[in-house]
Design a protein around this ligand. Structure first.
Ligand code: PLP
Length: 221
């Protein structure tokens, strides 16, 4: 059995060390426990160990997993980190406290409509395809400035930061550096970057949200 509490303790300590090494306040880094594919019982174990921020990549999975947990723990925060279809925008703004996968103008429109309809306004991160990979979602780096203006001015979306998933076969550091540079240029305080294998590098580059799954919950089958 995976020692979720022990893993959390180790990851928290590593987050703290990485922040201090970078001359940052450890509290400026939010540790998101990515619970996709893991059962609600594992989430409950993490909550018991003091974790309140979780990440899920599918709307439906989160809709099934979290209502009971939220009822028992009203301070839980659940963020969407996976691709979002426009027809799920209402469900997404109703289910999540933040959306890290805003990646295209059509979704801006859908989220704007969904927020007006529900009265809920979860914070949004613009996903950036820092590696310019054809199969990957996200705004191309050259489009980030205009996408941010579009999201803010035309759709009044609460854009708080940028998010990236670097190419798996590359050194993530230049991707994190690029994301940090683009965020700074656009006056965005949030940087959602870093996963189980590279969150310490992401923190060195200014990550405010690290998304850690397998290092906490064990390998996904
Ligand atoms: C699954 C996932 C993670 C967590 O990945 P691990 O390698 O298990 O830490 C982080 N971000 C996104 C977007 C994911 O889909």
């Amino acid at each position: 059995m995976t020692d979720i509490a022990g893993n959390l303790e180790r990851v928290r300590a590593a987050v703290e060390r990485a922040a201090e090494k970078a001359g940052r306040n450890p509290r400026s880094v939010a540790l998101m426990a990515v619970s996709k594919t893991y059962p609600a019982d594992d989430v409950a174990t993490a909550i018991g160990a003091g974790q309140i921020l979780f990440g899920e990549n599918r709307v439906q999975e989160a809709q099934k997993k979290f209502p009971a947990l939220r009822a028992a723990h009203p301070n839980l925060q659940v963020h969407l980190i996976g691709p979002l279809q426009t027809n799920k925008a209402v469900d997404a703004v109703s289910t999540f406290d933040a959306i890290h996968s805003l990646d295209r103008p059509k979704l801006m429109q859908a989220l704007c409509d969904a927020m007006a309809k529900t009265g809920r306004r979860p914070n949004c991160f613009l996903q950036v395809n820092t590696g310019r990979e054809p199969q990957k979602a996200g705004a191309m780096p050259d489009d980030v400035d205009s996408f941010v203006v579009h999201a803010r001015e035309n759709y009044k979306l609460p854009i708080v930061g940028l998010m990236c998933i670097p190419p798996v076969d590359q050194d993530p550091a230049p991707h994190f550096a690029l994301l940090a540079q683009l965020a700074k240029k656009n006056n965005l305080p949030g940087l959602s970057m870093g996963m189980s294998h590279d969150y310490e590098i992401a923190i060195a580059h200014g990550a405010t949200h690290v998304r850690v799954g397998s290092a906490i919950f064990g390998a996904r089958s």
